[in-house]
Ligand binder design. Sequence first.
Ligand SMILES: N[C@@H](CCC(=O)N[C@@H](CS)C(=O)NCC(=O)O)C(=O)O
Length: 237
Amino acid sequence: MLKLYQFERTWGIPNLSPFCCKVETYLRFAGIDYETEAALPTTAPKGKLPYIVDNDMTLADSRFIIFHLKSVYRDLDDELNATDLAISVALQRLIEEHLFWIALYSRWQYSDENWQTNKKAIFSALPRIIRDFGASLTRRNIQRQIYGQGTGRHRPEEIFTLGNQDIDALAAFLGDKSYFLGDSPTSLDASAFGLLINIISCPIESPLKDYGLTKRNLVAYVDRIMNEYFQDIRQFN
Ligand SMILES: N[C@@H](CCC(=O)N[C@@H](CS)C(=O)NCC(=O)O)C(=O)O
């Protein structure tokens, strides 16, 4: 059976990684059987989670994993027209290549409280002797990435202004639709849910979360997908 390697579940959400959550959401939307195994990025083929193993094939990166799921199992985008497919790609890039960095900044850099919460969730399974060292090293590495990507060069209020603009765009585009591109879920919803739940419904406090929580349609969207597709996770956390 297909196996999804991802961070251990925590915080009562499918995954603290938006990309792991995206893949698991796609699997559930598409009704594909799978099992999960807790992993850390250090053991992943590209040094990042998620990755999957399916019939002796190992695939890393949520985009390549979803290409595979579409071609071998079920393509949730197969009824979209060319314009909607273009919107899907563009919004996924907004979510994964822009808004993601602001969420990452909120967790790893914005406040010490958030860092402690994040550290406990990710590193508490490590042996005590390497926990603090491993956590500090990873934090330094991720802060370097945030600076390298560019987000880390701005002041906090500038970063959150950019993030709120993305939240506005997503809330306006979703409007009162059930899913971003209509009545049924597509790969765009897997991507959007993966990040939105990680902004709105996890214990990382920031102006980005506060702003996301003012968007009633985004909050209802996250709650609805959680209730329809992840009942089991709510029960056990
Ligand atoms: N483009 C990748 C991004 C995956 C990614 O950034 N994963 C993060 C967790 S959210 C990770 O494993 N980071 C570990 C690291 O950078 O050391 C995808 O779509 O899967």
